[in-house]
Design a protein around this ligand. Sequence first.
Ligand code: MD3
Ligand code: FE
Length: 207
Amino acid sequence: PPVEIAPGAVHLPGWLSEEQQIVLVERCREWARGGMRHHTMPRGGRMSVGMTALGLYWRPYAYERVLPDGSPVPPFPEELGDLAVRAVEVAYGAPPAPEAAPYDVALINFYDAGAHMGMHRDRDEVAREPVVSLSLGDTCVFRFGNTETRTRPHTDVELRSGDLFVFGGPSRLAYHGVPRTRSGTAPPALGLVGRLNITLRASGLPA
Ligand code: MD3
Ligand code: FE
């Protein structure tokens, strides 16, 4: 059953079947063949989370049309666009409006045993469509904050392999992060050591 942890922030535990998870992990291996990148932040820190992207490439803090080596960004697959629409529909009871900006970006994050993501907001998209998050592999502690400050109040939620989370409405610009993962908790059938998170987004940028 959907759980609304804050207005517009809807958690659907176990939304993906194990078969769908296996297929998505396999796809991520193909999509990430060019490698995952550990970005350097403007103030000098190195992100512990490895990242790659489809459709548009994210780096701190902008979307790019080419990869860092100048090669084109892999296309945003239609199957992920369909998945995003189905996710919004199941979370809110209605699909995105026909005039809404289309889902055109997938960010793929990889967490090894020690990786974490600090509290931040996602505001590099021009559109304000909900962000759709899919978790694969190790369980993580996901921290959902507030829209005003990087600090308390916040709510910690465990995200497990197969979980869907949709962040729209007033939650779209909330602070959030991943303080830790639980190493070794991935379903054995995935053959995945670590955690993958796929977020589907509408950039609102011209095609
Ligand atoms: C709430 N990723 O890629 S997914 C990110 O698990 C990111 O890798 C985390 O935060 C991860 O930017 C969290 C859940 C998530 C994603 C986007 C959001 C929560 C969000 C955007 C707005 C509010
Ligand atoms: Fe985020």
